[in-house]
Structures are given as C-alpha cells and as structure tokens.
Design a protein around this ligand. Structure first.
Ligand code: ATP
Length: 316
C-alpha cells in the first residue's frame, strides 16, 4: 500500500511538487586497477563498480533558499555548507538547467564517512536526482551523469548503479551486462576513516620504492566470473591495487581481512581506498553468520550484510 501524500507545510500546500525522497546505494570496487598518474593529478583507472544495499536517503522539499540538514553517520563532523557535495550538486544542476537553487534538503546517512564506499559521491548523485524531480528540470540519466562527472569520479556510476566498468579517472561508465545474480556481501566498517587522496599518494610512494605488488591489469577474468553464478569463481577474481596502500596506512586491517576469511568468507578485499573491508559470502545465511563473527571478533566498529547489484539513485 502506498502512503497518501500529506503536505507538511505551507510551501507544499501551495506548491505542485511535495517532498521528493531519493535512495542511493554505496559502491564497492570488485576490481580497482590503478594506472599511472596523469598530468591533471588523477590516476588512470580501470575499475568495476558494484552498487550494494547500504543506502543514504535524501529528502528534498521546496524552500526559499538552499539549506541542508542531516542525521546519521558523520553528523556533527560533516560540514553542511557549500563544501558539502549535496550542496555542490544542487548548485551544479541549477546552473546547468538555469533555475534558482532553492530547496530544503535533509540527508539520512548510513554510509560511513571516508570509508571507501563513495558515500559523498552517492549523496551528490542523490541530490542531482532529487533536485531534478523537485524542480521539474526533467533531465535524462545521461545528462545527470554528465553533470555528475564534474563533481567527482564516482558520481556518474551512482546515478546508474548496478555493476559497471569505469575508465578514465573512473567517470566514464559502461554497464556490465551480467546474468541476474545477487551476490552476498559482508561489509566491515572501521572506527576511523581513511583519506582517498592520501591512499593514492601512499600507493605512488610504494610504487616508487618498489614495495607495491604487481598491478592488477585487465578486468577480463572478473567480467568472465560475473557471467557465471558461482561466488567461488567470482572470489578468485576480486582485486584492488589500493589495498597495499590501505594496509600500509592501517596495518590493523590485515587482522580484519583474516578474521572474515576465518569466519568462512570466500575472500575479503579492502573497498576502494579503505578502510572498509568487504567479504564475499557463499549465500545470505553465510553472510549473516560471518557478520556476527566479525562483530564478536572485535576487528571492526560494525559488520553489516548487503547484497548487490542494486539500482543507483532513485526516487521512491
Ligand atoms: P571514495 O570511496 O569516493 O573515495 P570515501 O567513501 O572514502 O570516498 P566519502 O565519505 O565519500 O569518502 O567522503 C570523502 C570526503 O568528502 C569527506 O571526508 C568529506 O570531507 C567530503 N564530503 C563532502 N560532502 C560529503 C558528503 N555529503 N558525505 C560524505 N563526505 C562528503
């Protein structure tokens, strides 16, 4: 049953479009191949993004200015001013569409800050989709993804969701057409986040000193594994070039990875620039058990189960 829409203030009684609620997922990188540093300061990436069922939610209401409030992960830590990606995204859309950037936005955050799960990028994608609906600007997903690319490398993927190949600095997206399979993940969230730029600098340092592992190379094996339904096959092909850097910056993550595998995960990797670790489970029940064991082992702040792929930023 759908809930009846009730205007919750004078603005909405007068206005045509009432609150717009957008749900946006976190991402993990099933393959994160980091190439050379480019002249513009970004690394060339060859990555496979995968959207998982840990969500932030952004509600947009009509207003006379642009304002952001929040609850959940990062409240009190995250600035709600013009530096916030939600506000930057709203300004970017308004500028593109030639409308006034007026909205009251409220963010319910479940994706941890600086976790390697692209929470900030997810919020930017949610703001684009929510404001597009609120303002009736009616842009296509591809147009929104074009605006998204200027806000951050991961933002276009979070407009689409699913599983997709990312090239360039990660902003050039092409969907991976795989069999409709749901993969089961356990997501181990750390007490304290890691900075993405610092992780890339650490990888450069490790590579310069010859201490980094061999780069991952092609995504072919992973893409082949995604076409099968066997998580054991997929487990053998997951990889992340940033993992050595994350482990060098946060050696305790080695114990988290070990604990997940000891609890029965098929494999575990660091997500993006970390410090979140993600584990592939053979099924939903296994994932629940592994999450409980990881929590009991005291190797992370919290372990959550998730499945993927899921859709990107969507109204509803
Ligand atoms: P990625 O995986 O894309 O590298 P991450 O998951 O490690 O990112 P985020 O939580 O996306 O990290 O945030 C990185 C930084 O972005 C934060 O420390 C914060 O300074 C800035 N930021 C701006 N807006 C937001 C937002 N809405 N949510 C989270 N971070 C934001």
């Amino acid at each position: 049953m759908t809930e009846a829409w009730r205007p919750d203030d004078e603005d909405e009684r007068r206005g045509a479009i009432g609150p717009v609620k957008v749900r946006v997922p976190a991402k993990v990188n099933l393959h994160l191949g980091v190439g050379p540093l480019r002249r513009d300061g970004y690394h060339e990436l060859n990555t496979v993004y995968h959207a998982i069922s840990i969500y932030d939610e952004l509600t947009a209401r009509r207003g006379d200015t642009l304002a952001l409030t929040m609850e959940g992960e990062g409240t009190g830590e995250l600035a709600l001013d013009d530096t916030n990606l939600v506000i930057r995204a709203a300004h970017a859309l308004a500028g593109y569409a030639g409308v006034l950037p007026h909205a009251r936005l409220h963010l319910r955050k479940q994706i941890p800050l600086a976790g390697g799960l692209a929470g900030g990028s997810a919020d930017a994608a949610a703001a684009l989709v929510a404001c597009d609906a609120l303002w009736g600007t009616g842009l296509s997903r591809d147009e929104l993804a074009g605006i998204a690319a200027d806000l951050g490398s991961d933002v276009p993927f979070l407009i689409y969701g699913g599983t997709a190949l990312g090239t360039g600095r990660g902003e050039a997206i092409s969907p991976v057409l795989a069999r409709p399979t749901s993969w089961h993940w356990v997501v181990a969230i750390a007490e304290v986040g890691l900075s993405t730029p610092t992780a890339y600098r650490e990888l450069d340092r490790l590579r310069d000193s010859g201490a980094a592992g061999a780069p991952l190379g092609s995504t072919d094996a992973l893409l082949g594994a995604l076409r099968q339904r066997d998580p054991r096959v997929l487990a053998r092909t997951l990889g992340n070039d940033l993992q050595d850097a994350a482990l060098a910056m946060r050696p305790a993550l080695a114990a988290t990875l070990k604990a997940g595998e000891a609890a029965g995960a098929l494999t575990g990797i660091v997500s993006g620039s970390g410090p979140t670790c993600v584990f592939l489970a053979a099924g939903a029940a296994d994932a629940e058990r592994i999450a409980a064991e990881l929590t009991a082992a005291d190797v992370c702040r919290e372990a959550r189960v998730a499945h993927g792929p899921v859709a990107g930023a969507r109204v509803g």
